[in-house]
Design a protein around this ligand. Sequence first.
Ligand code: HEM
Length: 463
Amino acid sequence: MWEVRNEALVVTSLLVILGSILWYKLKVSNGAPPLPPGPISLPIVGYLPFVSPDFHTQLANMAQTYGPIFKFKLGSKLHIVVNTLELAKEVVRDQDEIFSNRDKSVAASVLTKGGQDIAFSDNNANWRKLRKISVHEMLSTKSLLATMSVRHEEVTKTVKNVFGKIGTKVSMRTIAFATETSVLSRTIWERVARDMEKQREELHKLFATIVEDRIKSNLKISQDEGENDFLQILLNHKDEKDGTTLNLHQIQLLLLDIMIAGTETTASTIEWAMASIIENPNIMKKVQDELAEIVGLNNMLEEYHLPKLQYLDATIKETLRLFPTVPFLLPRSPSKTCTVGGYTVPKGCTTLVNVWSIQRDARYWDNPLEFNPDRFLANNKFDFKGTNVLFMPFGSGRRLCPGVPLAEKMLMLTVGSLMHAFDWSFPKDEKHDLKEIWCFAVKKETPLIVIPHQRLPDASLYM
Ligand code: HEM
């Protein structure tokens, strides 16, 4: 009798426990799908102690274990990573509006006064205003035409500088960084700042001083001194009454964003492009043959040649496929809880779109690890606007990189000019490889060291 009673008690207790768990789950989840799978996180620090220096490959490996969408915590912050074309499309296209807020790290929040800049602002009226001015004024076709001479002068200077080092070892990283810093700083405020790298921590102060100086001096800006630069475009909005007014702080933050977002990304891509081309002599020949045909061996490359250089364009695209410098896009954050790939993605979490792994996925690309620009020649369904999410090194949708038109020109002009003016070889005594390192952007682990050789017969072209 006792035994029967005991058994009944045990069964009833189990049923009550199970029922309570079910009730609790249904109440908490409200019938919503579960969170994506993922590794167990430690209390307080989450997955932080396990983050490796090559975070981008680590995330790709985690996708093998946990599937196309997975979660982990860094500190108390929930991160969700999507790794396939289909899920990336759900985030950046189908639910683009929901995912058009940014996730701000503490450092970014402090630096941008809670996201008052363009890159870390949420999708709000302030961001839409900054975006409109950036896309339609600063980086418009008209404005880029007005700053064409700056790009021409700076790339010409670089070619002359490299000519002075013919036959010796040069660091492509130094060349690319110096060129892009000068182009961008002159485009922003028409003043050469080759020593910018040294002043990086001081950038905030530097920008404040430059903006204040320009206002205080109340310059009547002449034709050749900056009337076309970005600073002037923004200052024209300082006292606008049409809803596009910018205060001084917003002007400084916007210029800072452009300088930071534009320099490292473009310089790193140039280094990757040069490394990949020089490593593949048959590709170098094709790039140079096209330049010889379109530009001629008695001329230097100019911007008006660029639309005709299809093989160079394909080579730049192939570089950005294999080495997207912003491998997970800038972190997005959903403005409300939603569903991706059948899993719940909670409001406010950090969402990473693993572009690096999608652009190397053998399900979508033949021989994905082979550097082969021909794949972009064969079909023209890929652009830099992320129309096809299989290739989106500049992102896609509302948060698409606004710097695409300038970056495209800078990449084509710099790589094209260096390839047209010089032959390149690796120093015999140095090892070279294409190892990557992740440091918020993906860059080459070791700087590319190469030797330039004169290619054009007329030495006066280099002066
Ligand atoms: C090879 C060069 C570059 C690459 C690979 C690159 C890539 C990216 C990516 C992936 C994003 C995030 C897009 C998203 O979340 O969907 C982004 C945002 C941004 N980029 Fe670029 N970028 C480059 C050059 C530039 C240049 C030259 C500028 C400025 C002139 C620039 C300015 C910005 C800004 C301001 C944002 C933030 C936009 C927003 O949040 O609304 N970038 N970039």
